[in-house]
Design a protein around this ligand. Structure first.
Ligand SMILES: [Zn+2]
Length: 568
């Protein structure tokens, strides 16, 4: 601490602390910058994706740092490994470190673990004879010092290239925090850019009214038509309001991110305010209601400056649903402001003018005869089964639409999303020589087919559907495929004695994979996106070694491949 501050404290300490205390309470950004974390990587921080970026079905819950394969990962503070997980999907190899200040740091897509953590994971794999594990550890199992290396960066799980996906979480709630507010980004002074706004007619519940919206492009911070935005009189709704959406981006020194904080004021009065400081995992799926979902499906990222009554997301600062009541001949000054995490702000000012004429007097925008309405439960009989739409399944009213031919059912509209799963039960006639486990319900959006986790209730197949589209019964009696990649009986190509195979399943999905060397279960790694399975061939015997691979799919079809090697 420098002398000036020291003398200030001595002279007037109580007043000084009161000021600091108030500053901390009312200024979360300043409070956050008190943290002095070690960088998670050894390279200068270069960010390719930011907290809150709009993704399918979730906000991006952390930061992606540019880093190649095999770089050291450092604990950002003193702490201990509280959780570690290995999976071919999602975060791949991921480490959760708890710190004494109530924050957990998360490091995903690692290529390998180091030191004590590596031996803890390998022993657990061997004890459980399972390559996919999740461990919750105690503070003394793998303690770490600030800056200590515990893993290497990589590309495991559902990652499309080597990088570090890094998260900060509030340990007690597990909610994800914006790492930029904790000194883990590069401070800049670039203003965000607004490139479009959209106007919506909304019902009193905040639902978007079909065919009552317009998009306006913004060039150099201005509307194409000057400072006035004119709408016909039928945009004035007797039984609804007008609301806004904004799309844009924020440039940083190493890349661009989405919008962080948005405000809209009418007649100098704030009507809606959202900020992406903290998002809980149980609420992140509400992104489908935070963003304009159908625009997103068609390529534009619009943040809605209003919400509907189904939206449970906590990133809103105002409590109201947003939107404003307008009448013919109204002229209303509007200000839309977007602010980044470093307080750089961009404002867009214009006047909203409603032409004279007739208002839209529609009373019921979503007649129950035509729409499934959110907050209601529907149980719908199918030709051979049943469909249950939960009261929390829909974000918006959805036009009723089912095509049912007995074994395949098409439901809903790809421009709508599902929050809480829709249950689909389909009855199937099963030949006596095939067991029910060989059957599952597959999903198709028209282009590709995917497996959906299926449960069985007598002759019914049941799934929890999280997407609209086509579901149909599929029977899988085909074994997975296994192919040797880098060895023959007498030859081996590769480094570190790593044996490599390619495994795949055409109809359903791989559930389990095991490698045995001379009958001993051996830890292996599998990546679904590359279909690669590998294992380290550590202790060659003096004679011929026998390698046995067993791969089972979710329908219980098991493939076995045995090979012998003798390459010393
Ligand atoms: Zn990421």
């Amino acid at each position: 601490m420098n002398d000036v501050i020291l003398s200030m404290i001595k002279l007037n300490s109580s007043k000084f602390f009161v000021i600091i205390f108030l500053f901390l309470i009312f200024h979360p950004k300043a409070y956050s910058q008190n943290y002095n974390f070690h960088k998670p990587i050894s390279l200068p921080l270069s960010i390719s994706a930011y907290f809150g970026d709009l993704r399918p079905n979730h906000f991006h819950m952390g930061i992606d740092y540019r880093v190649g394969e095999g770089n050291n990962l450092h604990s950002i503070d003193d702490g201990y490994v509280a959780r570690v997980r290995v999976s071919p999907y999602g975060y791949g190899k991921v480490v959760y470190i708890n710190h004494p200040n109530g924050i957990t740091s998360v490091y995903a897509h690692c290529s390998q673990f180091k030191g004590k953590l590596d031996s803890v994971v390998t022993n657990a794999k061997k004890n459980q004879k399972n390559n996919e594990i999740e461990l919750y550890l105690k503070p003394n199992d793998v303690p770490l010092k600030k800056g200590e290396i515990f893993a290497l960066s990589g590309n495991t799980g559902s990652s499309t290239g080597p990088h570090l996906h890094f998260e900060l979480r509030e340990t007690i709630t597990d909610a994800a925090l914006n790492p930029l507010l904790y000194g883990l980004g590069n401070i800049d002074n670039f203003k965000p850019t607004i490139n479009a706004i959209k106007i919506y007619g909304i019902s009193k519940e905040g639902f978007i009214i079909p065919n009552k919206s317009k998009t306006y492009t913004i060039t150099n911070g201005f509307l194409a038509y000057g400072k006035i935005l004119e709408l016909p009189s039928n945009f004035a709704l007797m039984h609804g309001r007008l609301a806004f959406g904004v799309s844009g981006y924020d440039s940083h020194s190493t890349g661009a991110c989405g919008l962080y904080e948005n405000r809209i004021s009418c007649n100098n009065q704030l009507i809606f305010h959202s900020r992406l400081d903290k998002v809980g995992f149980e609420e992140t799926r509400y992104i489908n209601s935070y963003k304009d979902y159908s625009s997103y499906k068609n390529g534009s990222k619009i943040h809605k400056l209003f919400k509907n009554k189904m939206n449970q997301l906590n990133t809103y600062i105002t409590n109201e649903l947003g939107g404003l009541k307008v009448y013919p001949c109204d002229s209303i000054p509007i200000e839309i402001e977007t602010i980044d995490a470093y307080s750089n702000s961009k404002k867009l000012n214009f006047s909203l003018q409603i032409a004279g004429g007739e208002m839209d007097t529609t009373k019921e925008f979503f007649p129950e005869s035509m729409y499934w309405i959110p907050n209601r439960k529907y149980q719908i009989e199918l030709k051979k089964g049943m469909l249950i739409i939960d009261s929390l399944s829909l974000y918006e009213p959805l036009k009723k639409s089912i095509t049912d031919n007995g074994t395949s059912i098409k439901i809903g509209d790809l421009n709508h999303a599902i929050q809480s799963p829709i249950i689909i039960k389909l009855l199937t006639t099963i030949p006596s020589n095939i067991s029910i486990e060989k059957y599952f319900i597959g999903y198709s959006d028209g282009s590709k087919q995917e497996y959906v986790e299926t449960t069985y209730d007598k002759d019914f197949l049941q799934i929890k559907a999280l997407k609209f589209g086509t579901y149909k019964i599929i029977c899988d009696t085909t074994k997975p495929n296994i192919k040797i990649i880098n060895y023959t009986k007498t030859n081996f190509s590769g480094s570190k004695k790593k044996l490599i195979w390619q495994i795949s399943d055409n109809e359903s999905k791989i559930k389990k994979y095991d490698v045995y060397i001379n009958g001993v279960w051996t830890p292996a790694n599998y990546e679904y996106k590359t279909k690669q399975l590998d294992a380290i061939y550590e202790c060659p015997s003096k004679n011929v070694d026998c390698i046995r691979i067993e791969v089972t799919d979710v329908c219980g079809n098991k493939q076995i491949l045995e090979s012998e090697i003798n390459f010393r």
